[in-house]
Design a protein around this ligand. Structure first.
Ligand code: NDX
Length: 256
């Protein structure tokens, strides 16, 4: 059976942090080219229907930790706190892999980004799964620790906002439609990137609940990946719709 190598966890987490900074420097000024930010001139070739693309891309985030779990000799997840923590990650990616793609009405997704996205999900799925399944150790009363309870609460709140906002975005289109409208309702009343806000809150909650370097690195990566994207969405809306609500912020309600 596999063992825990703390130096491997440290190295992979640091690289994830470095990738986050790279991402910030790449996408602060120019958005990543998918969805509403894809260039007009882009050929229709080199893309995959959104359903397949999101399913394939996110699948490793679910599959890799599941494989790591299957490879571990019993008892697989001791103690309880750890078991719960691993389920949170698996729970999110169950939604993102097996539910979200089948309802999306998004545009075809560029193959090149799909490739990097898949690599990223393999990498992160391995890091989070490996840490929680082979390395993490929590005291027996971790479930009542303030870090666990407050983190879990944030995670659930963020996941709720994320799923609800994904739903509101989807309802803006009829099947087959690819036009953009002004999102309304839920947290979109306050921010342009309500789905992103939820996702960021979710992963910081996960980081606090697991109190682990890999999870903080991933939360930071998420912030650097979709934070700038929320800002670019916001600018796109202001430029495209003259009647866009003026009080709406980009990512954080009432702040930014
Ligand atoms: N997938 C995470 N980096 C990413 C794919 C892209 O899960 O090379 C990270 C994720 C990947 C990225 C992933 C990793 C880094 C990559 C990047 C590409 C480049 C980058 C690989 C893996 C890279 C380095 C250099 C480090 C290697 O037609 P459409 O698609 O626009 O339709 C949209 C629709 N919609 C509207 N419909 C009508 N009217 C409107 N006004 C509309 N506005 C939007 O709604 C979509 O169908 C849908 C959602 O669109 P959008 O743009 O709001 O969200 P989207 O970005 O597609 O994300 C979807 C969900 C969302 O809940 C988000 O929180 C979550 O996925 N997500 C997304 C990205 C990353 C991530 C979570 C995370 O880091 N945790």
């Amino acid at each position: 059976s596999m063992q825990c190598f703390p130096s491997l966890v440290l190295a992979l987490s640091s690289l994830l942090g470095a990738l986050a900074l790279l991402q910030l420097s790449l996408y602060l000024r120019v958005p990543s080219r998918y969805g509403k930010h894809e260039e007009r001139l882009c050929r229709p070739r080199g893309r995959l229907p959104a359903r397949c693309a999101w399913f394939l891309q996110e699948l490793p985030s679910f599959l890799v930790p599941a494989l790591l779990l299957a490879l571990r000799s019993p008892p697989r997840l001791e103690p309880l706190g750890c078991r719960l923590l691993c389920c949170l990650f698996g729970w999110h990616y169950f939604y993102r892999t097996f539910i979200y793609p089948f309802f999306t009405r998004g545009r075809p997704f560029p193959l090149q980004l799909l490739f990097f996205g898949t690599l990223f999900c393999i990498y992160n799925g391995f890091l989070q799964g490996y840490y929680l399944i082979y390395c993490a150790e929590y005291p027996n009363d971790w479930c009542t620790d303030i870090r666990f309870t407050s983190g879990l609460l944030l995670f659930l709140l963020g996941m709720g906002i994320n799923i609800h906002s994904d739903l509101l975005l989807r309802q803006l289109r009829k099947p087959g439609e690819v036009t953009y409208k002004i999102p309304q309702g839920g947290l979109f009343t306050y921010v342009s990137g309500a789905n992103y806000f939820g996702e960021i809150v979710e992963w910081f909650g996960f980081a606090i609940a697991t109190w682990s370097l890999p999870a903080f690195a991933f939360a930071f990566f998420t912030l650097c990946c979709i934070g700038p994207r929320a800002y670019h969405h916001h600018r796109y809306y202001l430029k495209t719709f003259t009647d866009y609500p003026k009080s709406r912020k980009a990512l954080i309600p009432f702040v930014f």
